[in-house]
Structure formats: structure tokens, C-alpha cells
Design a protein around this ligand. Sequence first.
Ligand code: NAI
Length: 772
Amino acid sequence: MTVKEIFQTMDYGPAPESAEEALTWLVDQGSRFGHFIDGQFTKPATGFDSTNPATGEVLATLTQATQADVDSAVAAARKAQPKWEKLGGPGRARFLYAIARLLQKHSRLFAVLETLDNGKPIRESRDIDVPLAQRHFYYHAGMAQLMDDALPDRAALGVCGQIIPWNFPLLMLAWKIAPALAMGNTVVLKPAEYTSLTALLFADICRQAGLPAGVVNIVTGDGAVGEMIVNADVDKIAFTGSTAVGRRIREATAGTDKELTLELGGKSPYIVFDDADLDSAVEGLVDAIWFNQGQVCCAGSRLLVHEPVADRFYAKLRARMDKLRIGNPLDKSIDVGAIVDATQLKTITDMVAANSDGDMHQTACDLPAQGCFYPPTLITGLDTAHPLMQEEIFGPVLVATTFRTPSEAVELANNTRYGLAATLWTENINLALDVAPKLAAGVVWTNATNLFDAAAGFGGVRESGFGREGGWEGLTAYTKPKDAKKPLSLIAPFEGDKGPADGIDRTAKLYIGGKQARPDGGYSTPVYGKNGTLLGHAAQSNRKDVRNAVEAAQAAKGWAKTTGHLRAQILYYIAENMYARADEFAARLNALQGGRTGAQEVSDSINTLFTAAAWADKYDGQAHGVPIRGVALAMKEPTGVIAALCPDAHPLLGLVSLMAPAIAMGNRIILGASQPFPLVATDFYQILDTSDVPAGVVNILTGPHEALAGTMARHMDIDAVWSFSDPALSETIRKGSASNLKRTWIGTSLPTMRDTLTAATEVKNIWIPYGE
Ligand code: NAI
């Protein structure tokens, strides 16, 4: 080839990375692996092959874990946990630093092994996966060091079961193991069956770092092993993978006290406005959808282009696609490597082949004769409800449509059951910062895409799951409050046979959309005081009442956009109005509950209202310094519509403790009043009426919680269900919540202000360019 020809074609020569060291490491291990349990590798047993998807060559044989293997891994983790926690933050930090340093030392070996096993380009495993995994251990070594100071009232959960997917095998392992260990937990981790090799190399690193036996345990196998871990005696399950499996895990853990975080799928929008730097936006797409062959949960897989520039943008994009290099993942100049496995390749191929809508463009290239390769694909002109615009393809396939106005862009972007990430391209900072808060997503990138850092939390809303990984918020998922609080007791309603003290029979109505509402079913229950006097009747709410309350709450969505200052003023106003009627409320509480604790409960409730008001404009987000020319704004957003069942005891304080922080953060709430003592809640709405609370922000239902719990949990327009009622309802609530993967919070003691503020907010990380 002449120099002139080289300049004309701009072809790169191959630049292959050697696989020798990694293959030698596999041979040194006997090319057969057992599990890593209690600090040792077990003897290899019956299992399955791990292959290189780029060539089909068998790399090693792995062992399918049995129930006995999982049990012994959990037992080892259980035994090691107390000592590991007692080691203290600084003691654990030393081990995490040691692991980080060893990951750094062996980074090339990790990168090559990852590429061999997964098929991703070496450029990515070398420059992204492995450095980010190291960064995660360094960052969390720091978190361990700071735990005693920064989180003095948090303790480890215990043993964590962690199940990870195949798209970022080492990186997902780091995201799971580093924070768990930092906070004093021990772990049993299962890598995905296609990609377990770097997890086993990591086990070797743990040994080299002198990590105490049992702190990290790794068992290999397929989904059946995942299920065994889910059902094992662990305190938490952390899962990353498909929404279908996530939903199954939610159901399987519903009747237990296991903590759960789910990081699931997505169909993330990539929005290009007409004033964007189009060439950069095209280059961004290479990172959004062709990074890791599109097998990325937050891939920018749904392109939305501003109509005036759409044709020009598509033309540039097609031209760029035709320059993508597809082939041997170990070649350093390759852009797109192999799909992880033939099964996944078939899923992608079938989904695209079944479609005949829109215009399809595929990178014109000769795919390697063997191995799992799929060409970069663009399908334009699909309507927003098209299955390919809605379903996660999890491959190098980009689907696109156009929009006319920013508000239409937001509407299209949010037209999905997912809410993981979103990307915005515009040169107009006003537009970017106007649109970012309106997107239903846990992460928003501006003029860049697929940026990750340990300091910035990652995770989604809606059916993309719940919980965050990374940042301060990620630690909540690996800790629990240190001190045991006084448990709430269940209270049977008083029975009676006397009529009303004043001879007047009163039936309290429900409170829906700022108005008193008759219950749909027309039934009510008598409420007696301790001495058997009839105090009134409380309505029995049914499914339709819940539906009406949800509609009212949804209609009040403007509340989320009000300022913290305004919400604080309204909460102060509620407190003032309650103060003015303190004696009346105290008397009502005494009549309902018997005894003389009413005055104290009113005073505590007023204090809670004032505290929530104080937090309304102070429970702020953070700006994370991320080591990429930018800043990640961790903004607190309201969770949405919350349904909350109040505790039996403390019928006023319990209600106020849930309501006040929730509305302070901009949520709308549907409260199920204390079951035995509902009438103080129905008095309370008179206070709401006189305190400028907009209609629909607070709705109050009465009646048996058993009936309310299931309806609330299954309702698709409720974002979270909190229950401080009968713990026996928790299974119904958690199972029902799997419908739209709503957040659940089951409390057994009066909620603290801090915990309620956390439950009432989601953190959205908005990455913006900043600095040099
Ligand atoms: P998957 O969700 O089945 O696998 C993820 C992990 O869960 C693996 O370790 C697997 O062994 C384990 N697992 C499977 N069934 C389980 C069960 N019942 N209980 C506990 N653990 C279980 O994902 P799969 O089948 O590998 O990929 C299918 C689709 O899932 C992909 O096409 C993609 O759409 C999506 N996916 C999403 C990921 C994400 O990061 N959001 C990652 C991987 C897949």
C-alpha cells in the first residue's frame, strides 16, 4: 500500500493485543474452576464451558453451584461478618486500598481476560471497565475510612447476596462488592454464567490482598444459582440484570425482611436539539449505542432528533456508521466487538428481522466469518409506540424518531416504562437545564453520554428499578440504622355498646382532592372510645376510593414544581393551625386512645411539622466532582405519588411523621389513617382545608388496611407504598409492588425525619460540562 493510498482510505492496520498472559493464567489454574468460598477455591465439579464469543473457543470450564455450595458460601460469609465489621472503617479501608492497588497492578491481565470472555473491544475494557473498577475500590476505601465519622448512626446489614450480569462483569462486581465491604458487610456474589472469569481472577486478588476468609465468596452458575442466593439466609439482595428477573426477585423476597436493590433495563432517550454541535452528537452516539455493542443498561438506544436537523443528522450518522470498525475485540483499533453469546445474538437478530417498518441502515462491512457479530444498525422513522421504540433490544441497534418542540421531546423521552438514563445535546444551557429536570431518569448526561464515576450515584426510576449504586446515596443500600427503636404495637379497636355522648351520630367522610368525599361503597365502621362510648363512624374505603385518591394526587402534580420555600410556608401554616386547636386534638386523642397522652402527641406532631417545614428548603442535593471535565449535580427529586398506611399507635403523630416530610419534598400522598383510631385523621383534614394545601396533595382514606394495601401496591400510578401498619401486610405490599416496581418501605417503629426524607426523594445525577 502506498502512502497516498493510506491517506485516501485512512485504514488502520491491525493492532492486536496479546492474549498470551491471560491464556497462560487460565492454563495455570488448570482451565477448570471451582467456586471461591471461605478464602479458598473449591474443587472443580460438574459445570459448563465459558467461551470466547469472538471465536467460539472454549476458555475454561466452570462449576455449576449446588445448593450445598451456596449454603457453604453463605455460612462462610455469615461467620466472617461480625469480625469484618468490628475491624472498623479504617481497618477495612486498608484492604480495599490493597485490592484497588492490585487491580491496578494487574490491569492489563484483567482487561484482556474480560475482552476474551465477553467480546468487548480491548479499548473499552482497558480504558473504561478496569479503571472504573479500580476507582470504585479506591473511592470506597475512602468511604470505609470515613464511615465512623460521616455515618455514625449506620451499621452493616450483614451478608449480602449479589447477582450481576454479563455486560460489565468486573465493573458490576466492583459496584457491588466495594460499597458492601466498605460498610462492614460480607458478600456472596454470582457472576453471570457467560462471563465469570474476571470474577474468579478477582477472587485470586482477594487472596493476594490477604482479605480475611469468608468476606468475599464467589459462586458460579446460571439463573438457578441466582435463585438459590435469593432464597438463602442473606440480609440483602443486590441485583443487576433484566427487568423480568428483577420483578421475579421482588416477588420471591416479598415475604422476607431482605433488603433489595434492583438495577434493571432501560430504553434511554438520546435527544439532539437543532442547535447542538451535530458532529459531537454523532460521535456521542458511538459511545451511547455502539459502546459494548449496545449491551448497556443505560445505552442511548432511542434517538430523538429535532425535526429541522433530522435529515442532516441522519446523513452524518450513517456516514459515521460506515466508518465503524467491527471485528477482533483484541484489536486495539476496533470500535465494535462481539455480542456476548449466540443466544443474545439470536435475540437481537430476531427482533430486527421481525420488523419491516422505518428505514434501516446497517454498517456496510464484512463481519468476521465466525463468532457472534452483529452490524451497527440504525432504524429511523419509527413511531413512538413501535415495539422497537419500547422494548430493550440490548444490542447495537439504534431506533429513531423526530420531534418538533422541546416539550414534545420531553413527552417522547418519557414515553417509556423505564427511567434509567437520558442524554441531551444542545449548545443552549437554558434549554438543557430546563429539560433535564423534566426527564424521568436517574441519570442525565449533557453534551456527553455514558459517563460513570464512583462519586456519582447510578440507578433508575420506574421499571428501571430502585436504589442507587455509587456516591453517598449508594451507601444507604448497604447500611441500616444502628440503634433498635421502640417497635410499634398493633392495637385492637375498642368495642362498645353505648351511643354517642352527645346523642348525635357522626360519620366522617374521606378526604380526596381537597374535598370531603363519601365512600364509594357506602359502608362505615363504628369507632368506640375506651369506655365503650360511640365516638363516630369511619368510612370503609374500597378500590374505587383508592383510584379516586390516586387520580386526585396525580392531578396535583404541580406541587412537585413548587419551591421548598412555599412548601415550608404551608407546613408552618398547618403547624400554626394545629397549635390553635391543640386542646381539641388532645381531647380527641384521649377519647380515642384512652389515657392522657394526647397533649404530648399534639405537641410532638406540631414539632414534626415545624421540622419538616425547616427541611423543605434545606434537604438539598450535592455537586459531585467527577474526574472527567464535568460536574455531576445530584439533585433531590420527589418520589411522586406515595401511598402510606399509618401506624395503629400514635394516630396523629404517625400520620404527620409520614405526611410532613413527604409533602415537604414535593410528593403527593394518600394516607390510610390509623386503623383503630381513624377519627383524628378525619379531624385533621379540617386543618388541611384552612392551611392552603392545594387539592390532591394530601388525601386521607379510612378503613381496613388489608383491603387498602393490595390495591395500593398494585396501582400503576402510585410510585411508592409505605406501611407502618401490620407487618403481616408487607408480603402483599411487596408482591403487588412488582407490577410497576414501585418503591416500598415497611416500618416497624415510628419513622425518623431523616429516613422519611430519604424515602421521599430520588437522586437524579445531572452531568454537565464544567471547568477545563
Ligand atoms: P438476566 O437478567 O437473566 O441475567 C442477569 C443475572 O441474573 C445473571 O447472573 C443470571 O444468571 C441471573 N439470573 C437469571 N435468572 C435468575 C433468577 N430467576 N433469579 C436470580 N438470578 C437470576 O439477563 P440475561 O438473560 O442474561 O439477558 C436477557 C436480557 O436482559 C438482555 O437481552 C437484556 O435486555 C437484559 N439485561 C439487562 C442488563 C442490565 O444491565 N440492565 C444486563 C443483562 C441483561
